[in-house]
Design a protein around this ligand. Sequence first.
Ligand SMILES: CC(C)(COP(=O)(O)OP(=O)(O)OC[C@H]1O[C@@H](n2cnc3c(N)ncnc32)[C@H](O)[C@@H]1OP(=O)(O)O)[C@@H](O)C(=O)NCCC(=O)NCCS
Length: 188
Amino acid sequence: MRLPEEIVTPRLLLRRPRAGDGAMINQAVHESFAELSPWMQWATTLPTTEQSEAFARDGAVRYNNGSSAELLILHRETGSFVGATGMPRIDWDLPGFEIGYWCRTGETGKGYVSESTWWLAKALFALGAKRVEIRVDDLNRRSWRVAERLGFTFTTLQKGDLIANDGSLRDTRVYVALSLAQLKQPSP
Ligand SMILES: CC(C)(COP(=O)(O)OP(=O)(O)OC[C@H]1O[C@@H](n2cnc3c(N)ncnc32)[C@H](O)[C@@H]1OP(=O)(O)O)[C@@H](O)C(=O)NCCC(=O)NCCS
């Protein structure tokens, strides 16, 4: 089973990061940092361009060893950077995948993440996934609205299983889809 390296959606291109993407990613992280840091565990300090470039370059390594996989979300027509998605946790035995995502602040509110998530779930089910999961901090309403908009089933609230970047203990909402038929394709 090969993970998708590129997915084309009505408005977007999802593709694996590669060498040379660092500056573009870095600019978006800097622009969006205030919105990312409450929710993304990696968003504790502003990355340097070199660190973003290392993340992009090493994407191929993570992809090839199957531990996790990231996909950049780009505008299909212009190639400009919208955000990032991917599979931060993979259970190859099931197989099951967690989908994660973040959106550049100036690109939120346009349905891009709902679109990328549905198309990524579609690609994973087509590859044989038995389970696709989205895990969200209970306080991150905007994020769990993405899961609910698409028809993922809310299964559990895992009490106190996450320490946020501000040091507070949080609860995680777990959303699951067991087939593509369960999900609603968002209209672009
Ligand atoms: C969570 C996050 C990705 C949500 O972004 P978002 O822009 O709300 O999500 P989408 O791109 O799917 O857009 C949905 C919004 O666009 C609107 N929209 C406009 N056109 C749309 C379309 N064609 N399809 C769907 N929604 C559309 C929706 O109404 C919705 O707005 P609403 O929530 O005010 O009703 C974003 O807030 C973010 O990156 N946050 C910081 C990082 C983070 O929390 N990541 C998730 C960790 S679990």
